[in-house]
Design a protein around this ligand. Structure first.
Ligand code: PLP
Length: 355
């Protein structure tokens, strides 16, 4: 039986995508060949890549605005260094809101000065710092839009003047409307809200490139991948194909606007229960709560085994919190049905009855 999957990543994708993707492994487009055994230069695959890139720019409303969509490898973690490699000449500004931001900062320091404009480390990253200044002499400003581990989310992005805004959107891309044209680079590991592990989406405003003096190895140079339409070397064909299917699913559902409405309903369901139920407490500051990852704890550990038994009996998967936070985390990415959240909320209510 299909489980209610709250896994933080890799995570749930639409069931229809799982079906189509598995069919393509057996016989891709009735070609008598698997998608895994054809050339990435074949007409059939090139059109998959084209469509995936078009869908990204279309869904983000970035068509005709000087942006390119790339499907690269190495995860979002490689983007921590690639962004700095390509943009950091003297100094970069970073907002530190969690584990992923901290890792990005560590990599950037290899390439130049890093000014941490603000950090919420003092409170184990349970909030988003506000009222910080982005220095006017920074080469770019980097932030993480959604902190997957801590369950906080940026509701506003700073105005950076002419400084490129670079954002790790791994865990909330395509989940809610934003003016994406404010960003110089958006990157996201596919496995949180777009597809399977194995590819990383990078959306770049081309004009921000070419400003550093260092030599950049071909594979690390965004220009290489832009010039070759994301086909400089063999792309992760299956991950790109499956991402394309998910993007198509999203577009058919009404795009980001429609999914945002559903995501907000799902988030309201769980947070209302966390706040109502006397046995639970939320981890993240209320105003900074993520609509993708809800982090919460039992107030009294003595109910842990009873709660976890009820969770298991309800066929719920993947709600254990990250080890740096503990407790629980319900990840509610685009493909998670609202019914799954209702099942979890009912389990929380049931615990209250039985406790
Ligand atoms: C999961 C995650 C990453 C790491 O992604 P990889 O693809 O595993 O390198 C980076 N940033 C955020 C916000 C994440 O959620």
């Amino acid at each position: 039986m299909k489980k209610h999957n709250f896994s933080a990543g890799p995570c749930i994708l639409p069931q229809s995508v799982f079906k189509q993707a598995s069919q393509a492994i057996l016989d891709f487009n009735n070609s008598g060949l698997s998608i895994l055994e054809i050339s990435h230069r074949s007409k059939d695959f090139v059109s998959v890549m084209d469509e995936a890139q078009k869908l990204v720019l279309d869904l983000l409303n970035l068509e005709g605005k000087g942006y390119k969509a790339l499907f690269l490898q190495g995860g979002a973690s490689t983007q921590f260094l690639m962004t700095a490699y390509n943009l950091l000449e003297n100094k970069a500004a970073y907002l530190n809101t969690g584990t992923w931001s901290s890792k990005a900062i560590k990599e950037a320091k290899l390439f130049g000065d890093v000014e941490e404009v603000a950090s919420s480390k003092d409170e184990n990253f349970n909030y988003i710092p506000k009222n910080f200044n982005v220095p006017a002499d920074a080469d770019y400003f980097h932030c993480t839009s959604n902190n997957t581990i801590f369950g906080t989310q940026l509701k506003e992005f700073p105005t950076t003047g002419g400084i490129p805004l670079v954002c790790d959107m791994s865990s909330d891309i395509f989940s809610k409307k934003l003016d994406f044209s404010k960003f110089g680079i958006i990157y996201a590991g596919a496995q949180k809200n777009m597809g399977p592990a194995g590819t990383t989406l990078v959306v770049i405003k081309e004009e921000i490139l070419g400003k550093v003096s260092r030599q950049i190895p071909s594979m690390m140079d965004y220009k290489t991948h832009i010039d070759k339409e994301s086909m400089f070397n063999t792309p992760p064909v299956f991950a790109v194909y499956t991402s394309m299917l998910t993007l198509k699913w999203l577009k058919e559902k009404g795009g980001i606007e429609a999914i945002q409405k559903l995501n907000e309903e799902k988030a309201a369901l769980i947070y209302n229960e966390i706040d109502r139920n006397p046995l639970f407490e939320g981890f993240a500051a209320v105003e900074d709560r993520s609509i993708m990852n809800a982090t919460f704890n039992l107030k009294d550990e003595k109910y842990k085994s009873l709660f976890e038994d009820l969770v298991k009996a309800a066929h719920i998967n993947g709600i254990n919190g990250h080890r740096s936070v503990g407790g629980y985390r319900a990840s509610m990415y685009n493909a998670l049905p609202k019914e799954s959240v209702e099942v979890l909320v009912n389990v929380m209510k049931e615990l209250e009855t039985q406790a």
